[in-house]
Design a binder for this molecule. Structure first.
Ligand code: GAP
Length: 499
């Protein structure tokens, strides 16, 4: 069977050093990935572009970098301890554990066909879809356990006490207690040291609201931005880095005066959608999807997702809309909750009008790994260069701002001083902060193709004319056109083109 686009992207990502499975030589670890030499550059360029456009190019946004482990009461106030959970279901036939809200839908009481144990050669069985109206995503059985809530936060312990050891030590003592007292005793041991890996970066911005207000002398409307790791013990992980347990977020909390929140919500919807297209993403593969009332989080007045049409495989055919970023009007919920839990006054006093208010928050929350995957998928192209010869080139059409390598430098041949000149050019570009790559191996055509496949926008070739006239050939990735430019000032030439 022919490879799907997604399979080709996954294989290119590994072969060329974008994304590797974590701990691969140990057999890998479910939904954990490492970025290779080109992947780390791509993701870093995307995060840098976000930081530059969200923080550096604006007067009304400042940055923050908070610790991943925060005071455990933060998660009580935010509602994550009580409510940050997904509905978990077990399939009694194949033992798969999955998220009920993501399972394939089916008509309640309709017939369902599946194989015993979910095995290919298992006995054919017939069952009935339960009143919940979904079936197991793996074997199709309707024989499912009741739904139960599964909290997505990773719990760990802080301090020199090992709660597992304490529990083991307490086993004999709790023996005589009744079931309720045993649970309470065990929970009290866990709770003494329990802390959580943050499931979102957002709370760091809320709990530092006063610190930023006072130290940076900001006044609404203003934003606090943060880019960093978040952790969620996801039940269902899929499609390379789309949904993983460890991921990076790029979040902005934008504090505004109540009453102006709807205007700012509209502003950020547009600004954030435009950001993706400004970095070359195909607008035809992007859409805004408004949440309906039943979907809204408890704290949100309105929310919209920016979605990208990923080439994921699914039973309906190739492609699936997936969330890249959510933009929410979080109202004054978070500041009020933290004020309630800490007794601190988390509000803003406007001296001119003598007006004190708790700001509303508009939150554009994006994922760095999802954005990286989307830009990778969006850039992937196969171009028929010569249909008669069946010559097809694979090219990643990255916007130059996010391309991992900006310029590749080649000596035409490995003699006559060309390698020395090419190395000189490479060093000059690197010294100017333009990520460049020197390559002298193989025919020149093959070298171009290798760089096309990793999305390098420009290749520079040093040839005999370089030695006599001091010019080099610049070859464009997308059009494959070539032109000659002077070798002197080459770094400035590419600086201008990167602008
Ligand atoms: N503070 C709001 C918040 O965290 P979210 O929609 O849960 O909102 C924001 O997350 C973004 O973070 C998502 O749009 C997605 O890009 C990314 N994200 C969330 N969970 C993820 C996961 N398990 N793996 C990769 N990215 C994830």
């Amino acid at each position: 069977m022919a490879e799907s686009t997604m399979q080709k992207i996954v294989s290119l990502a590994k072969r060329r050093g974008f994304i590797f499975q974590s701990s691969e030589i140990y057999g890998g670890l479910k939904a954990c990935y490492d970025y290779g030499p080109l992947g780390v550059e791509l993701k870093r360029n995307i995060k840098d572009a976000w930081w530059r456009d969200t923080v550096h190019r604006r007067e009304d946004v400042v940055g923050l970098d908070c610790s991943i482990i925060m005071h455990p009461d933060v998660w009580k106030a935010s509602g994550h301890l009580a409510g940050f959970s997904d509905p978990l279901v077990d399939c009694r036939n194949c033992k798969e554990r999955f998220r009920a809200d993501k399972a394939p839908r089916a008509e309640p009481a309709s017939k369902t066909l599946y194989r015993e144990g979910g095995k290919k050669d298992g006995k054919k069985l017939e069952g009935v879809v339960g009143p919940q109206g979904y079936v197991c995503p793996v074997c199709g059985s309707g024989d499912l356990s009741p739904e139960r809530q599964f909290n997505l936060m990773f719990r760990t312990s802080l301090g020199p006490v090992d709660p597992m050891q304490e529990i083991l030590d307490a086993v004999d003592d709790i023996h005589a207690l009744d079931a309720k007292a045993r649970r309470e005793k065990l929970w009290s041991i866990i709770e003494q040291t329990a802390v959580y890996l943050r499931p979102e970066t957002a709370q760091g911005m809320f709990v530092n609201f006063l610190n930023v207000l006072n130290s940076a002398r900001m006044k609404p409307p203003f934003g606090i931005a943060q880019c960093g790791k978040s952790y969620r013990n996801e039940i269902t992980t899929s499609n390379l880095t789309f949904r993983t347990c460890e991921f990076e977020q790029m979040e902005l909390e934008f504090f505004v005066e109540p009453g102006t929140d709807e205007k700012w919500y509209e502003y950020w919807r547009k600004t954030r959608l435009d950001w993706y297209t400004s970095l070359g993403m195909n607008p035809g593969r992007l859409r805004l999807r408004d949440h309906d009332q039943s979907e809204l989080a408890h704290y949100a007045k309105a929310c919209v997702d920016i979605e990208y049409f990923f080439p994921f495989e699914n039973p309906q055919g190739g492609g699936e809309w997936g969330e890249l970023e959510g933009i929410a009007n979080r109202t004054d919920y978070d500041l009020k909750r933290h004020a309630e839990f800490t007794g601190k006054e988390l509000s803003y006093f406007e001296t001119e009008t003598k007006n004190r208010y708790v700001p509303y928050v508009i939150e554009p929350a994006a994922g760095a790994d999802r954005a990286t995957l989307a830009f990778l998928c969006d850039a992937y192209d196969e171009e028929a260069v010569d249909a008669e010869k069946n010559d097809v080139r694979t090219v990643l059409r990255f916007h130059p701002r996010i391309a991992p390598v900006k310029v590749a430098v080649f000596p035409l041949v490995k003699k006559d001083g060309m390698p020395e000149k090419a190395k000189e050019v490479t060093r000059e570009l690197l010294a100017e902060g333009i990520n460049s790559f020197y390559d002298e191996s193989g025919a020149i055509g093959r070298r171009y193709r290798r760089m096309d496949e990793v999305g390098t926008p420009w290749c520079v070739t040093i040839d005999t004319d370089t030695l006599s006239s001091g010019t080099v050939t610049v070859r464009e990735r997308d059009s494959m056109e070539q032109s000659r430019i002077p070798m002197g000032g080459i770094a400035q030439y590419f600086r201008n083109r990167l602008k």
